[in-house]
Design a protein around this ligand. Structure first.
Ligand code: IVH
Length: 693
């Protein structure tokens, strides 16, 4: 770094420290980073270099001296306050999320990192010169998720704490217990009476894509990447919801007093033998050249893995030596990370389209000068929302960085200001719906703009039909093209119009034969049998996905009782947040929606029948069943099945309990009590056989 004066350095150190703190907050708390990891690391390196030049200027709370904090705002006074820290996962997390804060027994530190193979090599050669011999390193993938610290006592998981600020974190054990790969109880083995094991909770790409698809369908902002999705999910208030998120875990660091291992790899192998999830891709390598070989092997192959990785971590394998080397304030001296540079392309932004989605949400989409990136030609990229555009200060004509981080849609991650042309101009963010001209609105707590004209905006009308007809909803044989045709011929405007279509009208459609008309009409007829929960989903009420629709159908046996429910009554239901409750209440407050429901009811659709009172058998009559653990369906659904078959689902095991229905990882206390009272314990399959399912 060039020589600079102390006063210039002071100002720059202050500015960088502030900026890095802000980025830490965006990343760890809001799950919404606005710069790439690479840019962050560059700024951190600059700050480190300045602090090395002027040690007397290092600020006491410098980001180089402490790890970023994931602790919710308001609890961690060192972070700026924000009302709903978890709003990236709206709307279910809109209520205050409360986790117990627990101090870490050993501080939870970060790792030094580099993007340079030379520096990686130097890390090894320096240590080897000091020790006078070639050393063994455990080479591991660097999983891109959220750090977690698990404590096992007497073989049972007792705590699962996030990194927090490194000193204390949030205990998210209920959510962690929903992760299938994490055992509540270790397999028999010679595990220490008490130990900690740390690792990463992550969301595999497949689960991430499914979650974002669902979010998009119900009008919520998708997550930007799997890491943010994992982090947002782990901090959800409802464990039932977390269970559906497909999170996974890999553990990579064991800690405890007097652990009986000589090497790190031995400790991890032991953990695997006790049933803990570890990575099979770790390898012990000797010397710098071998470490670099592992890195270059995974630099390309990692793209085929079903989850995101952002580098390789190397750790001295010998635990004695690890102990001797110790830690700096922020990271161990016995480990470091090599980070893969994200594949990026730099290309001019030609224009921005503003698209209206099914639920009226407006999405800015960038049209780019086509550019090759990771094997495809990228022409379009998402810009998410106005806030994101403002943060990037994006101008039409700018050269922009595009990245594909495992996401389906590439995204713009930065602007190359040095290449900004003189005639670059700020985009005019629309104030009117590009489709129907209605003034756009922005919900206070959502980053997106919406067209509120749900019943008059052509795109929204057509999208509502496509959603209504989709397989998981009414399963009517009509996709985008058919809906377009019917709409353009003025044959459909309201959802109920579908049910008065005649064969003669359908025969007018280009390319339609008698057979296609019959099939279509047949599917319409069949849709009248579609159960109430799916009809509720098909209506396209904002924020009501399939799961919420099912939940509602169980709480409200018919649509009239649902329509009459107050926001308070709705919000009292477990798993229904304030925003969802408000959205339902809003929908039914609109007379036009009530009219539509009447029209659909007259057409013969099901608006009742699947509620809690809909009994299908007496097989469990008089039986009181306690449900505990994780099942292949939600606990809510299990309880509904019990009730539908005449039984009652109760909370705690007592002399009156008929059965304990135990899924994966049932509560210890419940199992013990059931055993002591001689109560039969059923597993999921036995329960299904019992009700003839
Ligand atoms: S070891 C004391 N091993 O990356 C250091 N960390 O950027 C213990 N990470 O804080 C960490 N994969 O959250 C370690 N195989 C791995 C990892 C890994 C991902 C995360 C971890 C760490 C962060 C550092």
């Amino acid at each position: 770094m060039a020589k600079i004066s102390k006063s210039v350095a002071k100002a720059r150190i202050e500015a960088l420290s502030e900026e890095l703190k802000r980025h830490n907050y965006n990343y760890y708390v809001l799950n919404n980073p606005v710069i790439t990891d690479f840019e962050f690391d560059l700024k951190m390196q600059e700050l480190q270099a300045l602090e090395a030049m002027f040690p007397e200027l290092v600020l006491p709370d410098s980001p180089t001296q402490r790890v970023g904090s994931d602790i919710e705002a308001g609890k961690d006074e060192s972070q700026p306050a924000k009302e709903d820290a978890a709003s990236a996962d709206a709307p279910h997390t809109q209520r205050a999320v409360k986790f117990q804060q627990i101090p870490h027994r050993y501080p939870m530190l970060s790792l030094g990192n580099t993007y340079s193979a030379e520096e990686m090599s130097a890390f090894c050669t320096k240590l080897e010169a000091e020790q006078g011999q070639a050393l063994e390193y455990s080479c591991e993938l660097k999983f891109d998720g959220v750090a977690i610290c698990l404590t096992y006592e007497d073989g049972t998981l007792t705590k699962a704490v996030t990194r927090g600020d490194g000193i204390k974190g949030d205990n998210v054990i209920d959510n962690v217990l929903t992760i299938k790969s994490i055992p509540r109880q270790l397999k028999p083995g010679s595990w220490p009476r008490e130990f900690e094991i740390r690792g990463e909770i992550f969301m595999p790409y497949a689960a991430f894509e499914a979650l974002n698809k669902e979010k998009d369908e119900i009008g919520e902002q998708p997550f930007a990447n799997p890491r943010n999705a994992a982090s947002g999910s782990l901090k959800l208030q409802s464990s039932a919801q977390v269970a559906g998120r497909g999170l996974d875990c890999v553990l990579y660091h064991m800690l405890g007093d007097g652990l009986p291992f000589n090497t790190h790899s031995e400790a991890i192998a032991a953990a695997a033998s006790w049933g803990l999830p570890t990575s099979e891709l770790s390898q012990v390598r000797r010397g710098a050249a071998d470490v670099l070989d592992y890195i270059s092997y995974w630099d390309t192959r990692r793209k085929a893995l079903p989850y995101a990785t952002d580098g390789v971590v190397i750790k001295i394998n010998d635990l004695q030596l690890q102990k001797r080397l110790g830690f700096t304030a922020k990271s161990p001296r016995w480990a470091t990370a090599y980070k893969f540079k994200p594949e990026q392309a730099l290309t001019p932004l030609k224009s921005i389209d503003y698209q209206i989605g099914r639920t009226g949400a407006l999405t800015p989409v960038a049209n780019l000068e086509p550019v090759p990136l990771s094997g495809t030609i990228v022409k379009r990229a998402s810009l998410h929302n106005k806030d994101q555009m403002d943060l990037l200060d994006i101008h039409i004509g700018d050269w922009v960085y595009v990245e594909k981080g495992g996401e389906i849609i590439p995204k713009i991650t930065g602007v190359e200001l040095s290449k900004r042309p003189d005639d670059a101009r700020r985009p005019d963010f629309p104030t009117l719906c590009p489709d129907c001209g209605t003034p756009l609105v922005r919900d206070e707590d959502q980053a997106r703009h919406y067209c509120p004209n749900r019943t008059g905006c052509p795109t929204q009308i057509k999208s509502a039909f496509v959603h209504f007809a989709s397989r998981d909803a009414m399963d009517i044989l009509a996709g985008d093209a058919t809906i377009d045709q019917l709409y353009n011929l003025n044959l459909i405007r309201r959802l109920s119009d579908l049910y008065s279509l005649t064969k003669e009208q359908l025969m007018q459609l280009e390319g339609w034969q008698e057979r296609s008309c019959d099939n279509f009409l047949d599917s319409l007829q069949k849709s009248k049998e579609v159960p109430y929960a799916r009809v509720l989903y098909a209506l396209g009420i904002r924020h009501i996905g399939k799961t919420t629709a099912k939940l509602l159908s169980r709480h409200f046996p018919d649509i009239d009782t649902l329509a009459a429910a107050t926001i308070q009554q709705l919000a009292e239901i477990e798993d229904i947040g304030d925003i969802v409750a408000a959205s339902i209440a809003d929908y039914f407050a609109n007379p036009d929606n009530l009219k539509l429901i009447e029209e659909l009811r007259s057409a013969g659709l099901q608006f009742s029948g699947e509620g809690a009172s809909a009994q299908v058998s007496d097989l469990l009559k008089g039986k009181s069943i306690v449900v505990s653990g994780v099942f292949s369906i939600s606990r809510e659904e299990i309880k509904a099945l019990i009730e539908a078959n005449g039984g009652s689902a109760t909370g705690s095991v007592s002399g009156k309990t008929s059965y304990l229905l135990a899924g994966d990882k049932p509560g210890d206390a419940k199992v013990k009590k059931a055993n002591s009272l001689g109560i039969d314990i059923l597993d999921e399959q036995q329960f299904y056989s019992m009700i003839g399912r």
